[in-house]
Write a new protein. Structure first.
Length: 489
């Protein structure tokens, strides 16, 4: 025994942090209110999901699993491109698309009493949103409101109802044209409640190390592992008991049931550097000599690999390259087997606010998809396009509650390939209603190359089984679209 008494246990230490954590949380909540960008971690716990199927796997149309099954070494897909844009919900982009699980009106709350305040029509969305909206962990929980999906007006800056808006074929003609021809997935959920940083960790690791927020400082030139002033909040998953997890899940399901629910959840959080060491799928790709690149700019919110210590300071960092590099690789027929394409900030990634024009972001996507479809790689390529979190915009479909991290509200999702399943969409495309999240794309890559699952999330994920038909002849003719002249509103 030590002279100063018995050494406290990890749980005792955690409990002693509770008061300090409460103070931190008050600061965090204030930041979420005035700084909406204050945007996982082996999952634990589960509850019945609200998507298709009792186990959270979508039923689709009944034949997706058979025709879309991936057999390593016998599959025509040689290139996977995971394109991740920013901050939009499914109903916001595709709620009016014929045949999808969409909505044209949304529920609201009285933000003082949290009582039901009726429904409002989803108005036509402007190409330039007037401002950003809250879209972090608490806003995600509040928007979902235990599955009622009616708290979007109570998130930061949501009181003017700009989050209750949506586009249509005239305002998003290219995205709707891709849905017409390829696959639109209408049960594709974000991996957690938000925001950007931890969501992007899920796109490479099927977890976020329990991280629930964006970085704490923005006034240093570097980012993540290159800025030792950056901290964020996380659930210490390694310390949580089963009872802790169940309590957190209950609190999340009843986030508006009583005052202080967020404080009760956040008492479990601890501060951590935004430079972590967790397994990423790139580790397995390296070991099996499978080519990959992460096309993303450094020192940006969306560059998840810059927060992975062994990647940032190891040889793999040379494979983190400017997004424009993929255009050169396509021309030279050197596209790797697996790619992440992360658009630059501003117009290309469609992040709301700061004058960002959705039309310009759509044009960026068209330019890159045209290049992909004109390349030698096209006959054997699959592109998956998602948006990294709901951005504060309304969506009506309750997400499955897999664990204490999420799932979060739906993302728009398009799967583009000569091998996508045919259906009744106007140009022969299909609607895929299987339940997916970001880990589903990783599971698809894992099955394609015979890789092991990294967490419970990719272990359980549906590997995009309803999106493809590998038994039919591919449609190799490309869908080349013209960028359009973009109005300012």
């Amino acid at each position: 025994m030590r002279a100063d008494g018995p050494r406290p246990t990890r749980r005792q230490i955690a409990r002693r942090r509770a008061f300090a954590a409460s103070i931190i949380v008050l600061i965090v909540v204030l930041a979420w209110t005035v700084w909406p960008d204050g945007d996982g971690a082996q999952p634990a716990g589960d509850s019945s999901p609200a998507g298709n199927g009792a186990d959270g796997q979508g039923a689709g149309d009944g034949d997706g699993d058979a025709v879309g099954a991936v057999v390593p070494g016998e599959n025509p897909i040689e290139h996977v491109i995971f394109l991740v844009k920013e901050n939009r919900s499914f109903d916001h982009y595709f709620g009016r698309y014929p045949g999808v699980e969409g909505a044209t009106e949304g529920g609201t709350l009285d933000c003082s009493s949290f009582r039901d305040a009726g429904t409002v029509k989803l108005e036509n969305a402007p190409l330039v949103q007037p401002h950003d909206l809250g879209h972090a962990f608490y806003p995600g929980l509040l928007a979902i409101n235990g599955g009622k999906m009616n708290g979007f007006n109570c998130i930061a800056l949501g009181e003017d109802l700009v989050g209750y808006s949506q586009y249509d074929r005239d305002s998003l003609p290219a995205y709707w044209a891709y849905a017409d021809r390829f696959v639109i997935a209408d049960h594709f959920f974000t991996s957690m409640y938000g925001p950007t940083f931890p969501e992007h960790l899920y796109t490479v690791a099927a977890q976020s190390y329990g991280i629930v927020d964006n970085k704490s400082t923005t006034n240093v030139e570097g980012n993540y592992c290159d800025d030792n002033t950056e901290y964020t909040q996380r659930f210490p998953l390694e310390d949580l008991t089963d009872a802790d997890v169940k309590r957190i899940m209950r609190l999340e399901d009843k986030i508006t049931a009583a005052p202080g629910q967020l404080l009760k959840i956040a008492q479990y959080w601890e501060s951590t550097r935004t430079c972590i060491n967790i397994k990423v799928i790139q580790d397995q790709l390296e070991r099996k000599d499978i080519s990959w690149k992460y096309y993303a700019l450094p020192d940006k919110w969306m560059n998840a690999l810059q927060a992975i210590r062994h990647v940032r300071f190891g040889e793999m960092w040379q494979k983190v390259q400017d997004p424009e590099t993929i255009l050169r690789d396509l021309k030279q027929d050197t596209l790797p087997a697996v790619s992440w394409l992360i658009p630059p900030e501003g117009q290309p990634n469609e992040h709301p606010g700061s004058g960002t024009n959705v039309c310009e972001g759509e044009n960026w996507t068209v330019d890159y998809l045209n290049a992909i479809q004109r390349s030698e790689a096209w006959p054997n390529t699959a592109v998956v396009i998602v948006w990294d979190d709901f951005g504060g915009f309304y969506d009506h479909l309750p997400p499955p509650h897999y664990d204490i991290m999420g799932l979060g509200p739906r993302t728009p999702a398009l799967i583009i390939s000569p091998w996508t399943r045919r259906g009744d969409n106007p140009d022969g495309g299909a609607i895929d209603d299987n339940v997916y999240e970001f880990s589903s794309v990783l599971k698809f890559i894992e099955e394609l190359h015979g890789l092991k699952s990294m967490t419970d999330r990719d272990e359980r994920a549906d590997p995009l089984s309803g999106a493809f038909d590998f038994t039919a002849e591919p449609r190799l003719d490309p869908l080349i679209l013209d960028p359009r002249d973009c109005p300012n509103s």
